[in-house]
Design a protein around this ligand. Structure first.
Ligand code: F6P
Length: 342
C-alpha cells in the first residue's frame, strides 16, 4: 500500500530534516507546527460549512459590511469566527489580523501568548460562495518583533520576505491545502472519511513558460499600456509577435486561479488600473502569502514594477497590483512596465 503522509507527519518530518538555528529549545518550530495544524483544522471546519451550503443555512448575505465597505456573506463571517476561535487559545500567537476586521485582534488575556502573528483572508472569492464555485482561505505567518507583547498595526507591517510560513486552502470538488514554510511547496488533499489532510504533491514546480492567462477582461478599458500590450499580444495568438495561441481562464477566486497555475502554469493578473489605482487585492493577507508560495514553486510575483514581497506595507488593509505565475511571462510583463517608464 502506498505510504500516506498526513499533515502532522509531514510537519514533524520537515522539522527533523531541517532543524533551524533557533531550534535549540525546540519551542519555536513546535509552535509554528502547532499554528499550521490549528489553521488546517479550522480550514476543515470551514470546508464542512462550505460543502453543506444551503442545507446548513450558510449561504447569502450576512447583512453587515467589512472594513473595505464590501457586503459580508454569512460564510465570510462564519469562516472568520472559526479561525479566530481556533487560534486564540493555543498559546502560539501574539495577535491576528483578518480581512474582515478593521484592527488587530489581540489574544485574550486569559490565554498564553506566542511569538507569531497570523494574518488571513477567511474566505477568498466571496462572489463565488452562493454559486457553488471554488473559494478558499489564505493565511500568512510573521514573527512578532522582539519585545512586543501587545502587537499593534506596526508589529504587522513587515514586508512579505519576512513571512515564515504561508498557505491557502481551496474548497473545490476536493478540499486542498497548499503550504510553504520556505522550503518548497507541498499540497495536501482532505480525506473526508479520515478527517485528515494527506500529502498529495511535494516540491511543486510552476512551469516557466505558459500559454494561459487569467485577468478580469471587463477592466480592459481601465488598464495601463503595458498590461494592454501584453494581453493584446496574447490575443493576437499565432499571427502576432508571440507566434502561438493563448488561452484564457478566469475563475474570480484568486485561490482557485492560483491553484491552477501551481498545477499547470499560467499567469494571473489583477493589476492596478485607472479604476483600481492602488490595485484590487490586499497585500498582507492575499498577495504576500500567494507570492511566497508562487516564488517557492519557482514562479515570480510582482506588482508590474517591483517584487511584491519586497514592498514595505504602510497599512494593514493596503491594496496592491498583482502579476504572478510562470516566471518568464511575469518577467516579460514586468519588462513591459519598465519599458513604458523610459
Ligand atoms: O477579494 C479577492 C477576490 O475575490 C479574488 O479572489 C478574485 O480574484 C477577485 O476578488 C475578483 O474580483 P472581481 O470580480 O472584482 O474582478
Amino acid at each position: 500500500m502506498a505510504r500516506r503522509i498526513s499533515l502532522s507527519r509531514y510537519l514533524i518530518e520537515e522539522q527533523r530534516a531541517r532543524p533551524s538555528p533557533d531550534n535549540d529549545a525546540g519551542a519555536i518550530p513546535a509552535d509554528l507546527r502547532l499554528l499550521i495544524e490549528v489553521v488546517a483544522r479550522a480550514c476543515k471546519n470551514i470546508s464542512n460549512a462550505v460543502s453543506k451550503g444551503a442545507l446548513a443555512g450558510v449561504l447569502g448575505e450576512a447583512g453587515s459590511g467589512n472594513v473595505q465597505g464590501e457586503a459580508q456573506k454569512k460564510l465570510d463571517v462564519i469562516a472568520n469566527e472559526v479561525l479566530l476561535e481556533a487560534n486564540e487559545w493555543g498559546g502560539h500567537l501574539a495577535a491576528m489580523v483578518s480581512e474582515e476586521m478593521e484592527g488587530v485582534h489581540p489574544i485574550p488575556h486569559r490565554y498564553p501568548k506566542g511569538e507569531y502573528l497570523l494574518l488571513f483572508d477567511p474566505l477568498d472569492g466571496s462572489s463565488n460562495i452562493d454559486v457553488n464555485v471554488s473559494i478558499g482561505t489564505i493565511f500568512s505567518v510573521l514573527r512578532c518583533p522582539d519585545g512586543i507583547t501587545e502587537p499593534d498595526d506596526l508589529a504587522f507591517l513587515q514586508p512579505g520576505v519576512k513571512q515564515v510560513a504561508a498557505g491557502f486552502a481551496v474548497y473545490g470538488p476536493a478540499t486542498m491545502l497548499v503550504l510553504t514554510h520556505g522550503h518548497g511547496v507541498a499540497v495536501f488533499t482532505l480525506d473526508r472519511e479520515m478527517g485528515s489532510f494527506v500529502l498529495t504533491q511535494d516540491q511543486v514546480k510552476i512551469p516557466e513558460d505558459t500559454s494561459e492567462f487569467a485577468i478580469n477582461m471587463s477592466n480592459m478599458r481601465n488598464w495601463d499600456a503595458p498590461v494592454r500590450r501584453y494581453i493584446d499580444e496574447c490575443l493576437a495568438g499565432k499571427t502576432g509577435v508571440r507566434g502561438r495561441d493563448f488561452n484564457m481562464r478566469w475563475i474570480a477566486s484568486m485561490v482557485a486561479d492560483c491553484f491552477r497555475i501551481l498545477t499547470r502554469g499560467g499567469v494571473f493578473m489583477y493589476p492596478q488600473d485607472a479604476k483600481h489605482v492602488k490595485g484590487r487585492l490586499r497585500l498582507m493577507y492575499e498577495a504576500n502569502p500567494i507570492s511566497f508560495i508562487v516564488e517557492q514553486a519557482g514562479g515570480a510575483s510582482t506588482n508590474g514594477r517591483q517584487r511584491i514581497m519586497e514592498i514595505q506595507p504602510e497599512a494593514l488593509h493596503q491594496r496592491v497590483g498583482v502579476v504572478l505565475g510562470s516566471k518568464n511571462e511575469v518577467e516579460r510583463i514586468t519588462r513591459y512596465h519598465a519599458e513604458a517608464m523610459k
